[in-house]
Design a protein around this ligand. Structure first.
Ligand code: S3P
Length: 426
């Protein structure tokens, strides 16, 4: 797909539901008693993989687009799947589902696409094994496909070496099935959607700074979930609004959970004109409308405990830094190397192809902004966030930018290009 500079982006947009919250609503609804009604669910390929996996374990899920009904089987009601569970491109599905499978009374094999089969699973295999689970990486390389034989689990106190909500959530979900409480402590607090939503479903979870403790319940109970817009998807419109002259965009109903809102802090630190309006709470999650206006940006430093709160936004922030005055340093972000692609290497390669001055470091990158970027052929590596980042870059850089594999946005934002075009037509 090709992109060239054009008109400013103006008007209002409601972006699709939060990917992390959508996954969890189906997973927790499936193991709860009763019917969970979900509105605002993200109809992206990753979340559809989660639905398909739970359907294969005997859960009746009605997908009526704007309303999902999950007729939960209760905590102990999942059935042995007759086939391999396919998690597609989704790390969240693979890791959280592993935590649930570890405590079942059956065995299952789960796998995913080429990218998933390269992503590290030892980070969940180790703690889940400590709880008594039997998990085998079939190719013995620490990656999916995984063969998981359910066992009676034991509660553990686990100190995670990485700040990862996927690791934390996998352990807490296994903790639902353990014989005593389970605590996860992480180096910095990662997104806390599991803790908030499990509490909504009736679980007893205690949170303190960077720790979460779950006390095994007899059951979880269905409750309505409204999924807010995904701040990680809103990020592309924040970037476009700030970078394209004369732009002004009102992004409606976006989740602004403090464990996810690091991009707002950094955009403001770079001089961005960003205002929150109409702040509310829905199903335990904070939401707001975000008004963004074109601004003149300057470089900043991004590192430390803010990293988990903007981990998925670092590609688009790196791109923004190329158009900002001065230097931007991204550090403490080695986790980027094990996302849907190696997002440090892929960003540096593609930004360099557009003429940016970027240096790769072991845990991030250094960007010297202010050089004029020109169009190039961009390899998305079939990573949705890379494709969307360079679609926006293509609206600012000189001449034409071609994004290869642009269709991979179906993972988290199927209508991204249409929404971008609509704002440009206003
Ligand atoms: C997610 C957590 C993050 C994030 C991913 C979604 C989640 O991964 O990058 O896109 O839904 O829990 P890690 O927790 O592994 O950093």
């Amino acid at each position: 797909m090709k992109f060239s500079p054009g008109s400013p982006l103006r008007g209002e947009i409601t972006i699709p539901g939060d990917k992390s919250i959508s996954h969890r609503s189906v997973m927790f609804g499936s193991i709860a008693k009763g019917t969970t009604e979900i509105t605002g669910f993200l109809q992206g390929a990753d979340c559809l993989s989660t639905i398909a996996c739970f359907q294969k374990m005997g859960v009746d899920i009605e997908n009526n687009q704007d309303r999902i009904l999950v007729h939960g089987n209760g905590l102990h009601g999942l059935k042995a799947p007759q086939e391999t569970l396919d998690c597609g491109n989704s790390g969240t599905t693979t890791r959280l589902l592993s935590g649930i499978l570890a405590g079942q009374q059956f065995s299952a094999v789960l796998t995913g696409d080429a990218s998933i089969q390269k992503r590290p699973m030892k980070r969940i295999i180790d703690p889940l094994s400590q709880m008594g689970a039997s998990i085998q990486s079939i190719a013995d390389n620490g990656c999916a496909p995984l063969n998981i034989c359910g066992r009676q689990l034991h509660g553990i106190y686990y100190t995670s070496p990485v700040a990862s909500a996927q690791v934390k959530s996998a352990i807490l979900l296994a903790g639902l099935y353990a014989d005593s409480e389970t605590r996860v402590t992480e180096p910095c607090l990662s997104r806390n959607h599991s803790e908030l939503m499990l509490r909504h479903f009736g679980a007893d979870i205690l949170t303190e700074e960077n720790s979460a403790t779950i006390y095994p319940p007899n059951e979880l109970y269905a409750c309505p979930i409204h999924v807010p817009g995904d701040i990680s998807s809103a990020a592309f419109f924040l970037a476009a609004g700030l970078l394209i002259p004369h732009s002004e965009i009102l992004i409606r109903h976006v989740g602004i959970n403090p464990t996810r809102d690091g991009i707002l802090t950094i955009c403001r630190a770079m001089g961005g004109d960003i205002r929150l309006q109409n702040i509310q709470n829905t199903s335990g999650e904070a939401v707001a409308d975000i008004l963004v206006r074109h601004s003149s940006l300057h470089g900043t430093e991004i590192g430390g405990s803010i990293i988990p709160t903007l981990i998925d936004e670092l590609p688009v922030l790196a791109m923004m830094a190329c158009f900002a005055k001065g230097e931007t340093i991204i550090r403490d972000a080695a986790e980027l190397k094990v996302k849907e692609s190696n997002r440090i290497a892929v960003m540096v390669q593609n930004l360099t192809a557009m003429g940016a001055d970027v240096t790769e470091t072991t845990d991030g990158m250094i960007i010297r902004g202010g050089k004029t970027l020109h169009g190039a052929v961009i390899d998305s590596h079939l990573d949705h966030r890379i494709a969307m980042t360079f679609a926006v870059a293509g609206l600012i850089a000189e001449r034409e930018t071609e994004v290869l594999g642009a269709e991979c946005v179906t993972i988290s934002y199927p209508n991204f290009y249409e929404d971008l075009r609509k704002l440009a037509e206003n």
